[in-house]
Design a protein. Sequence first.
Length: 233
Amino acid sequence: MKKKIISLLKFFPWYGYVFAAGTILLQVTIYFITGTINTGRVGNIVPVDVKIAAIDDAIPFIVNSSIFYFASYPYWFIAALAVTRCGKEHVVNLAIGYTICIFIGFFFFVFMPTYYDRVGEGVYQAVHQPGGMNGLLAFIYDNDGKEMGNNLFPSFHCLVTMYWCLAAHFRKELPRGYKIFTIIMVILICTCTLTTKQHYFLDVVSGIGIATVIFFIVKFINPARFIFKKKVE
């Protein structure tokens, strides 16, 4: 068993674990910093309202879907680790694109703050009742603004999940089955951000949009080629 575990760990390059952990650390750090800033500004600034009532009110509140929201964190680590099988140049490009995405999110969070009144929407009271998966979603709420959720636009959950989906595609090193799996995870995680009432519809669209645009811009420019060309020279 020990040999099998060691063999599995060696399947990925050593820098893959650093890269995977670093991407999550960057995202969580930026989210925490901006969340702290915006929590302190509640009531002092007029937030941007991105809710489309006709769409967002029609989306059902499904407490049990919180399992996918919670599971996204280990998935992101695995997804980031998986793409390191594609070589250092691909990893460098991904690191650059990912960092740009996260700091675009930082800009929106700080200069275009968005909030979700969980008490006003009735969801905060609902999850603090006993039974089912309420405890898990209550834990998520209580560690993410409590009564007033913030940092909605863009959804980091959707942005990051879409980014790792794109990162896996167009790469022959990764199996087709895994690529299909990343698409399924995009659907599940993006849907659960809505059904847990953590985000509005436009938050999901913006997260997916930013990840897609930045990924393809970086892919086209391919900044890693300049870095590795310099090394060779």
